[in-house]
Write a protein that binds this ligand. Structure first.
Ligand code: PEP
Ligand code: MG
Length: 883
C-alpha cells in the first residue's frame, strides 16, 4: 500500500479526484501543484493510515516511518534544507484534512522543527533574530495547545504579564530579546504543567503532531460533529506535512484568506483580507485588524490601511491571476489561503467556498452565463431549502440575539411585534397601527383572523403540522410552534419564561427559520428577489417532470401561488372559508340546528358565499386545475369556546346559552383527529357536502362564462377509509352535478377523487380507484395514523427523539420513506391497477420539502402541492430530482 503522497515543484502524486484518500486539503494541494501553481512542497499521509491506526490499537503501518522519512528528504531536496539539521533546518507545518472540512479536529501546527538550536540557525539564515524567536514562541504555543494539551491561555497570560511589566502594548513592540525571554518562560510553563520538558527533537515533534491529528479524529467534538452531519467514522482523516513559508518575515511578507467571489452577495469580485508581517493564525485570531485585498474594497470600506493591491502589487497581481485559474479549473467559487514570503506568493489551500443563499443563486447563474457550467449544473448547485432565506425577512446576521426560548422552526422568516394573547386583540391592535405577534398555547381555525393580522405566530404547544404551523406556512408568516418552556397565562395576559414575565404589549422577535424566540425587537433584513432567481427557476422548469401546485383557498394565497409559479391548486381547504366574519354565524347556526330542515336553511345562507369564493378562485387560476376539498375538521371546532363568546353567539343567533352548551357537550370528542370528521361528516349530514358541491359547480359555470376558459374542478373527499364511504359521497356529488347541469343548461366537466390519508385507504387503493378519479396523498394525516403520533402534540416527544438519534428527522417535516412512503407506494401501485392513468398528487406539508419531493418524483406522482411560499423550493427540488 502507498501510505504517503508527495507534491511540489509543479507536480504531485495525487490529484483532486483522490479526495477520499488524501482528504480535501491534500487532494487540492496536489491539484494546485499539478497545475504548476506555487505550492510549498510537502506530502500527505493518507486517510487509510488513519483507518489502519484505529484498526490496529493506535499503531502505524510498519513502512510508514521509512515512507515519511523519504518524503521529508524529497521536500528537503526541493527547498535545499534538511529536517532537524542544526545548521540549515527545514521547518514544516502539520495540518489535518478530512474529506469534508471538519471543525473540532486538530487544525494546524506551524514552524515545527524549531528548537533551541535550530532557532539560532534560522535567525542567522534569515538574518533576522526577532523573526526566528517570534516563530519559535508561536510554535511552542500551538504545539503545546493542540498536541500536548497545555491550553493556550497560559501563554497568553505570560505574554500579557510580560508586556505590562515592560510597558508594551502591541506584539510589534517586542524585539528579539523579548521573544527569546518569553520562549524561556513558555518552556518552563510547559515543563511545570507536564512534568517533562518541551520536546526538542524534531522527529519527536513531528510524530507527536501526526499522532495528535489522528487522535483528534476520535475526540468528542469531532464525534459530535460527524453525528450531526452524517459523516461516517470510517472515512478517517489525512495529515498534510508541508515546508513552511513565512508571512512574518517583515514588511514584504504577509498572509491572507480570500474568496474568488463575494460569499455574501455573490458579486464577481475578489474578496478577502490579509495581514502584513503575520502568520496564519493572526488573521483568524482577530488580534490585529486585517486589511482589504483590493483598492476597490478598501475605498468602499473607507479604510486608511493600504490594500494588498497597493502594498504588495506584484504578489497581488499573481494572486489575482491564480484565483482566476483556480475558479476556471474547479468551475466554482473558491476559498483560498495564501502567504507572501519576502514578496513571493505561495498558495496554501483552495476549496469550494461556503456562501449565503443569495450568493449561491447569483454565482450559479453567473457561472452558467459565463459558460463555466451548464444550466443543469447551475440548477443542481443551489440548495432548494435555502431559498426560504430569500423569500422571507431574516434576522440581521450581525444582530445580537438574546434568546429566551426555542421551539420548532414551524414557518420560516423573522418577525417582531407587541405580544398579544388573542386573535381579536391581534386584529384590534393591528387596526390601531401596531405590529403584533400572536401568542397562543395553540391555535385553532377560529384564530385565523388574528393570524392574518399578526406579523408572526408563537405557540407553546404543537408540532410541525399543528394548526398554527400549517396555517402560518400557508400565509407565508413566520411561526415558532411548540416552545414548551413558555408559560402562557391568558387570564393575566402574560408570558413567563426562564423566570421573566412579559406582559401584553411588550415586544418580542421570533425567528421561524431557527425556532428562536428573542427578547426585544431585533434588526432584520428584508428579502429581495433578484433577476437570478427568475432565471434559475426558468432553468429548473425546463428539466423537471413533476408539476407543482399550491395549497391555497383565499384569493390572496391563490394570487401569491400564481406569482411563485404554481401550476394549479392541489388543495383548497374549504373550512378556512367558514371562519370569515360574515359567515361563521351561519356555520354555527347550521351546527346548532336540531334537524335537517334547520341545517338546510342555514346552508342556504352559506351557498352564495361559498359560490363567490370559488368563482374568484377559478378566475384567478384561469383554467389551471383546482382541487377543492369538502369540509374536513370536526364540527365542534366551529363552535364558540369561552363563556363570553358563547353568550355573544347565543345573543346574535337568538338561542339559549344552554342550547350551545348542550351541543358543545354532544360534539365533544376525546380524540377529535380520529373522530367525527372528513367524509364521516358528509355521510352523516349529506346536505353540507351537497351545498359545497353545488357552490363548486355553479361557480364553475359562472367562471367559465366570465373568463372564457374551461373550468375543470376536482372535487375531493377527505379521510376515506373504504370504497363504500367514497361511493356514498360521490353519488351525492354526481346528483348535484346533474341538477346544476339541468338548471343551467351548461355541460360540466369535473372529477371526483379522494384524499389517501389513512393506511386503510392506501391498502385498499385498488378498489377505491375503481370509482375515485384521482388520489391526493394527505401525508400529514397519513404520518399521524401510520406512526400513531398526534400531529398536534408531536413537538414534545419527537424533538427529543431527533436529538437522541432515535429518528433521523421529524416525519412531519420530511416524509418517512420506509413507513409512510411504503404506504404511498402501495397506494400508487394498487390505484393504478384498476385505473392506469389515475392522476396522483400529494398535498401534505411534505409537498414543499426537498427530500420528500425527490421521493414523490421517484414513485411517479404527477404533482406535489405545497404552501405558496414553498412553490419555488418545490420547483427547484423537482428539477434536481429529475436530473
Ligand atoms: C393531510 O392530511 O396531509 C392534509 C393535506 O390534510 P390536512 O392537513 O388538512 O388534514
Ligand atoms: Mg388530512
Amino acid at each position: 500500500t502507498k501510505w504517503v503522497y508527495s507534491f511540489g515543484d509543479g507536480k504531485a502524486e495525487g490529484k483532486s479526484e483522490m479526495r477520499n484518500l488524501l482528504g480535501g486539503k491534500g487532494a487540492n494541494l496536489a491539484e494546485m501543484a499539478n497545475l504548476g501553481l506555487p505550492v510549498p512542497p510537502g506530502f500527505t499521509i493518507t486517510t487509510e493510515v488513519c483507518t489502519y491506526y484505529y484498526a490496529h490499537g493506535e499503531t502505524y503501518p510498519a513502512e510508514l516511518k521509512g515512507d515519511v522519512e523519504a518524503a521529508l528528504a524529497k521536500v528537503g531536496a526541493l527547498t535545499g534544507k534538511t529536517f532537524g539539521d542544526p545548521a540549515n533546518p527545514l521547518l514544516v507545518s502539520v495540518r489535518s484534512g478530512a474529506r469534508a472540512s471538519m471543525p473540532g479536529m486538530m487544525d494546524t501546527v506551524l514552524n515545527l522543527g524549531l528548537n533551541d538550536e535550530t532557532v539560532e540557525a534560522v535567525a542567522k539564515l534569515a538574518n533576522d533574530r526577532r523573526f526566528a524567536y517570534d516563530s519559535y514562541r508561536r510554535f511552542i504555543t500551538m504545539y503545546s495547545d493542540v498536541v500536548l494539551g497545555v491550553d493556550h491561555h497560559h501563554f497568553e497570560e505570560i505574554l500579557e504579564g510580560y508586556k505590562s511589566q515592560h510597558g508594551h502594548t502591541l506584539d510589534t513592540d517586542l524585539d528579539a530579546d523579548d521573544w527569546a525571554k518569553l520562549v524561556v518562560e513558555y518552556k518552563a510553563k510547559v515543563e511545570k504543567e507536564l512534568g517533562k520538558p518541551f520536546p526538542q527533537n524534531p522527529q519527536d515533534q513531528l510524530w507527536g503532531a501526526i499522532g495528535a491529528v489522528f487522535g483528534s479524529w476520535m475526540n468528542q467534538r469531532a464525534i459530535t460533529y460527524r453525528r450531526l452531519h452524517s459523516i461516517p467514522e470510517s472515512w478517517g482523516t489525512a495529515v498534510n506535512v508541508q515546508a513552511m513559508v513565512f508571512g512574518n518575515m517583515g514588511e514584504t511578507s504577509a498572509t491572507g484568506v480570500a474568496f474568488t467571489r463575494n460569499p455574501s452577495t455573490g458579486e464577481n469580485a475578489l474578496y478577502g483580507e490579509f495581514l502584513v508581517n503575520a502568520q496564519g493564525e493572526d488573521v483568524v485570531a482577530g488580534i490585529r485588524t486585517p486589511q482589504d485585498l483590493t483598492e476597490r474594497a478598501r475605498i468602499a470600506a473607507g479604510s486608511d490601511k493600504p490594500s494588498m493591491e497597493s502594498a504588495l502589487p506584484d504578489a497581488f497581481k499573481e494572486f489575482e491571476r491564480i484565483s482566476h485559474v483556480l475558479e476556471k479549473h474547479y468551475r466554482d467559487m473558491q476559498d483560498l489561503e495564501f502567504t507572501v514570503e519576502k514578496g513571493k506568493l505561495w498558495m496554501l489551500q483552495t476549496r469550494s467556498g461556503k456562501r449565503t443563499a443569495k450568493a449561491s443563486l447569483r454565482i450559479a447563474v453567473e457561472l452558467a452565463n459565463e459558460g463555466l457550467i451548464t444550466q443543469e449544473e447551475a440548477v443542481a448547485r443551489v440548495d432548494p431549502a435555502s431559498l426560504d432565506q430569500l423569500l422571507h425577512p431574516a434576522i440581521d446576521p450581525k444582530a445580537e440575539r438574546n434568546v429566551i426560548a426555542t421551539g420548532l422552526p414551524a414557518s420560516p422568516g423573522a418577525a417582531a411585534g407587541a405580544i398579544v394573547f388573542s386573535a381579536d386583540e391581534a386584529e384590534t391592535m393591528k387596526h390601531q397601527g401596531h405590529k403584533v405577534i400572536l401568542v397562543r398555547i395553540e391555535t385553532s381555525p377560529e384564530d385565523i383572523h388574528g393570524m392574518h393580522a399578526a406579523e408572526g405566530i408563537l405557540t407553546s404547544r404543537g408540532g410541525m403540522t399543528s394548526h398554527a404551523a400549517v396555517v402560518a406556512r400557508g400565509m407565508g408568516k413566520p411561526c415558532v410552534s411548540g416552545a414548551g418552556s413558555l408559560r402562557i397565562d391568558y387570564a393575566a395576559q402574560t408570558l413567563t419564561v426562564a423566570g421573566k414575565t412579559y406582559k401584553k404589549g411588550e415586544t418580542l422577535t421570533i425567528d421561524g427559520s431557527t425556532g428562536q424566540v428573542l427578547a426585544g425587537e431585533v434588526p432584520m433584513q428584508q428579502p429581495e428577489l433578484s433577476g437570478e432567481f427568475a432565471t434559475l427557476m426558468g432553468w429548473a422548469d425546463k428539466v423537471r417532470r413533476l408539476k407543482i401546485r399550491a395549497n391555497a383557498e383565499t384569493p390572496l394565497d391563490a394570487r401569491m401561488a400564481r406569482s411563485f409559479g404554481a401550476e394549479g391548486i392541489g388543495l383548497s381547504r374549504t373550512e378556512h372559508m367558514f371562519f370569515d366574519a360574515g359567515r361563521i354565524l351561519a356555520v354555527r347556526e347550521m351546527i346548532l340546528a336540531d334537524d335537517e330542515a334547520g341545517r338546510r336553511s342555514a346552508l342556504a345562507k352559506l351557498l352564495p358565499m361559498q359560490r363567490e369564493d370559488f368563482v374568484e378562485l377559478f378566475e384567478i387560476m384561469k383554467g389551471l386545475p383546482v382541487t377543492i376539498r369538502l369540509l374536513d375538521p370536526p364540527l365542534h371546532e366551529f363552535l364558540p369556546h369561552t363563556d363570553a363568546e358563547v353568550q355573544e353567539v347565543a345573543k346574535s343567533l337568538g338561542v339559549e346559552v344552554e342550547r350551545i352548551e348542550r351541543r358543545q357537550k354532544e360534539l365533544h370528542e376525546v380524540n377529535p383527529m380520529l373522530g367525527f370528521r372528513g367524509c364521516r361528516i358528509a355521510i352523516a349530514f349529506p346536505e353540507i357536502a351537497e351545498m359545497q358541491a353545488r357552490a363548486i359547480f355553479e361557480a364553475a359555470v359562472i367562471a367559465a362564462k366570465k373568463t372564457g376558459e374551461a373550468v375543470v374542478p376536482e372535487v375531493m373527499v377527505p379521510l376515506i377509509a373504504t370504497k363504500a364511504e367514497f361511493d356514498i359521497v360521490n353519488a351525492r356529488i354526481q346528483a348535484v352535478a346533474k341538477a346544476v347541469e339541468e338548471e343551467t343548461g351548461a355541460k360540466l366537466t369535473f372529477q371526483v377523487g379522494t384524499m389517501i390519508e389513512l393506511p386503510r385507504a392506501a391498502l385498499r387503493a385498488k378498489e377505491i380507484a375503481e370509482t375515485a378519479e384521482f388520489f391526493s396523498f394527505g401525508t400529514n394525516d397519513l404520518t399521524q395514523t401510520c406512526y400513531g403520533v398526534s400531529r398536534d402534540d408531536a413537538g414534545t416527544f419527537l424533538g427529543p427523539y431527533v436529538q437522541k438519534g432515535i429518528i433521523e428527522v421529524d416525519p412531519f417535516v420530511s416524509i418517512d420513506v420506509e413507513g409512510v412512503g411504503e404506504l404511498v407506494k402501495i397506494g400508487v401501485e394498487r390505484g393504478r391497477q384498476s385505473r392506469p392513468d389515475i392522476k396522483l398528487g400529494i398535498c401534505g406539508e411534505h409537498g414543499g420539502d426537498p427530500a420528500s419531493v425527490a421521493f414523490c418524483d421517484e414513485v411517479g406522482l404527477d404533482y406535489v402541492s405545497c404552501s405558496p411560499f414553498r412553490v419555488p423550493i418545490a420547483r427547484l427540488a423537482a428539477a434536481q430530482a429529475a436530473l
